[in-house]
Design a protein around this ligand. Sequence first.
Ligand code: PMP
Length: 404
Amino acid sequence: MTTQPRSRVSARLAAITPSATLAVDAKAKALKAQGRPVIGFGAGEPDFPTPDYIVQAAIEAAQEPAMHRYTPAAGLPALRKAVAEKTLRDSGYEVDPATVLITNGGKQAVFQAFAALLDPDDEVILPTPYWTTYPEAIKLAGGITVPVFAGADQGYKVTVEQLEAARTPRTKLLLHCSPSNPTGAVYTPEETTAIGQWALEHGIWVVTDEIYEHLLYDDAQPAHIVRLVPELADQTVVLNGVAKTYAMTGWRVGWMIGPQDIIKAATSFQSHLTSNVNNIAQRAAIAAVSGPLDAVADMRAAFDRRRRTIVSMLSEIDGFEVPVPKGAFYAYPSVKGVLGRTIRGRVASTSAELAEIILSEVEVAVVPGEAFGPSGFLRLSYALADDDLAEGVGRIQELLAEAH
Ligand code: PMP
């Protein structure tokens, strides 16, 4: 009897695609390290330092022996309480600190939410373009992603009619992310309410990623789904973190808030996976969430200025369609009008090829739409210095002016 050779990597992990956004960022940083004048629009992180009072809280924590030990897997009680208070302040509804689980960044909260909710073959409705991590986390948890595409013509926002058309008896949950990574789209309170009522009516869970909640521009308003549809609280998991609001991407503190049974299951999982989040970072997060919102107001003003610049410069490019992003720090032009054209002897037939041509010809790093769903788009983060932003988009403008 012959035995089948066993694959070295498990099918489950072999199916995972590495994070394209981190890959673009790494490539840009590597070229920069070689001395190339690369301008990177890839990173999804603020370019500001963490405010000093938050750093000071970490320094003090590092000097306390109690912080050198394991602490409860669900998080420092003071941080869970501070997150509950911050949720009341910012989202306008009460949560019990016992329903808050502190995680290693929002990313761990994303993964644990799906792991706690999905059984094999449960379907997840995923508005598309989506943040690149969601489908991988859904797949790892055994779920099936059902993408629902909303293009530039509808401001990258799905309608209830589209959600209803995607609903089947196997639909377990809807992922809602507003403000959105990658598109910067923000659902209005009316749109959010309609989506929440649809989910409530059909018994569909909502996982709502609110990590960009404080980065809103123009007439965009906060729209926390549990405040707008309070009955949804028993079938909603809220994901959030300090990364984007307080310029703390490297500290790795996020959280999930949800019904007691879900949080309990996710906490048991986390207790085997990572135990408690780094105590020093948790103490910094307490200072962040219980402190003022001045730092995010300053960052928002800078992002808003850059947003206006990038939207107007991208809109000047023939073949680009640029819906005005109202949140987060991303612009997401549709570049379909450029595809099929020849640029310096090379044909860009997909957005991945276009991104590659832009990087190799003018040393500007952007993330192709393929990382977030269909081809035909580019994501540019405008969390970079004003001069670099103008220089980088200027290079793209000059390059694409040659396209024919
Ligand atoms: N959700 C969204 C929509 C994001 O863009 C990010 C960061 N790119 C996260 C969650 C996770 O952030 P972190 O793990 O750094 O807290």
